[in-house]
Write a protein that binds this ligand. Sequence first.
Ligand code: CDP
Length: 784
Amino acid sequence: MSSTMHMHGGIGESIKRKEDGRFLRGKGNYLDDFVLPNMMHMAILRSPYAHARIKSIDTAAASAKLGVIAVVTGELMAQHKLAWMPTMSGDTQAVLATDKVRFQGQEVAAVIAETKYQAEDALASIIVDYDILPAIISPDGAKAEGAALIRDDKEGQSDNHIYHWESGNQATTQAAFAKAYKVVRLHTFYPRCHPAPLETCGCIADVNPATGKATIYMTSQAPHAIRTVFALVTGLPEQNIRIISPDLGGGFGNKVPVYPGYVVATAASLLLGRPVKWIEDRNENLISTGFARDFHMTGDLAVDKDGKMLALRVHLDSDNGAFFADAQPSKFKAGLFHIVTGSYDIPTAHVTADGYYTNKAPGGVAYRCSFRVTEASYLIERLVSNAAFELGMDQAEFRKKNFIQPEQFPYTSATGWVYDSGDYPKAMDVALKQLGYDEIKKDVEARRKKGEVTGIGIASFTEVVGAGHGAEFDILGLRMFDSAELRVHPTGKAILRMGTKSQGQGHETTFAQIVAEELGIPAQDVAVEEGDTDTAPYGLGTYASRSTPVAGAATAMVARQLREKARKLAAHLLEADEEDLVWERGKFYVKGSPERSKTIQEAAFAAYTNLPEGMQAGLEGVYYYDPPNMTYPFGTYAVVVDIDKGTGQVKVKRMVAVDDCGVRINPMIVEGQIHGGLAEGFGIAFMQLITFDEEGNCIGSNFMDYLIPGAWETPKFELGETSTPSPHHPLGAKGVGESPTVGSPAAYVNAVIDALSPYGITNIDMPVTSDKVWAALRSKGVTE
Ligand code: CDP
């Protein structure tokens, strides 16, 4: 028996993950494990072209194939007013194309058959006559003179521009730039990448013809919001829709949106009266579901002659694909990008953003990222390092000189964010010490003299996670609170149900630990359930590292409510005044007489068996938590690289990651989260690219071209920690899941650019592949 089994499982204990027993034995219940009686299978025909008018669709041959039950087209969906659906950004998206296809991989028709193979085979027999149109694959292409109009379906849309958005103060920023000693500019592209969860997306729609109840098993990170959107789109009464999100094999933002396949499968089940299963293959997942990033960014940093930052000016062009479907709070067109001043006390800033339609898949999902924080963090951290190189200052010193200081919190940034707490110099010091920065710097200098290419990269990121508060943050009008419902059974065991949805982050363990801490019921006695909209309280779901800041807080609050009722029950049992009772985790005792005590389990039993006069039975409650502010985790990452001049190959020799997410509920799980995120950040920085040729053909929609880092490629991660609690979170915890993906790409790339800076190279856009590094070196005349 492991020693952790004896632990109470409160906050700060690295207990093993409760859910791993079933996962490690291969006994998880993922969507594809569900087989319903009489179930049919669906396959989707996708457009081979990026932009083409549909002249006709002939489904006769496909309909006649063995096992085929129905072939669904946009025209059929239109008859039921379901050819178009709303996106998360309030735009419209074609469910099945009726007029045009607008990206390669777009959904054109669907086959419903008895088996998956029959459905897949019949797709080849659908004949679509296309009239090919010119494809637009970048914001520059979208705004070019005479560019084809992608969204000619939208009334009043005369070009490919979607939005213009601004934040900060233009006048004061301009004035500060006028006085600058130096202005450092970085133009960089954060390329389109993909969350690529191990399990792809899918659903089983089961509309019961007798009751009209639609039970939809779905790979969803936000089942409640999906239920509401489904009710609005299909017109089904919301109480007749049940979304069940079973075990998820990763999500990373990819499983937040409603995808056309969900709508078609549900409509098909409704019309045919049988369950319909649809599961994407890998290629479909990479080519058509929520991509991430695709921001073209220009940043200017104004500094004075002492190296103090004076102002920041940023413009970005966002490539949104054919439908504006970004996952983001309604108010913020470029997500939370305007946190771009990062960890620095920059007096004034001005941020502008323009979004464009292109012939690419829609998405803009929050891939392990609080909406667009990753792009913001990448830009500022790359820009700050470049400024240090240009000023001839040490990267760490330049940062320290400009950090927001611990005593400045709560700190209001130039774009209006109120940072809750932080100690950036401390995280930096811990990281530099752990790395042995001074020694390594000397080593780098010595080796450069010998002609070696080597460098150090630093990123001191600030994150913003835990949306809402609801007054400012909503998705399609739904306020971004979250919830926890706790029921303590007569025997003192409990069930906690939540509006969030784990995709592998260990919620069944960490949220039980919060109950253990607050109510004294051991974590192993608390079952945690998420993902069934018929049983869980309403919540906005899990993405953008919001579970701990929001639902974790809801859990603490509901447990505290129950503790107060338990106090009354204990007072009744002890025949004492409740004011005289002292709480010690797990029990109440009478002040001055510790032997006169009642455990939480005894109080729970009394809630069903022996109540004080006038008290309602039961020990349960629900709490909807609307946070007063976001939480601001942060950290410093430091990377050392060697570059081979002959091949351009980059070797990451060291990667030190110091994270501060306030109070850690389960330190082992937090470290696991950081390891995973650093690996994903490594993949983004060095390996991954979803790109397009001039005709809009998507290159990289398979794992031969889109490279997922494994243990072989990723460096050894050396973790460090500081802890600055959030002052407004009931437990002092901040989110952590996305910090490493947000912070690490800039640290990796800064190390490469530091190594190349002696040759006058100031930027290489991600992914920093060997061929790009080789070409950059050769362009400066550097050979082996
Ligand atoms: O929303 P999501 O679960 O993706 O992100 P998170 O809130 O950052 O939590 C990821 C995992 O780390 C969860 O199991 C958390 O409870 C755990 N965690 C923790 O133990 N302590 C923290 N301060 C933050 C997260």
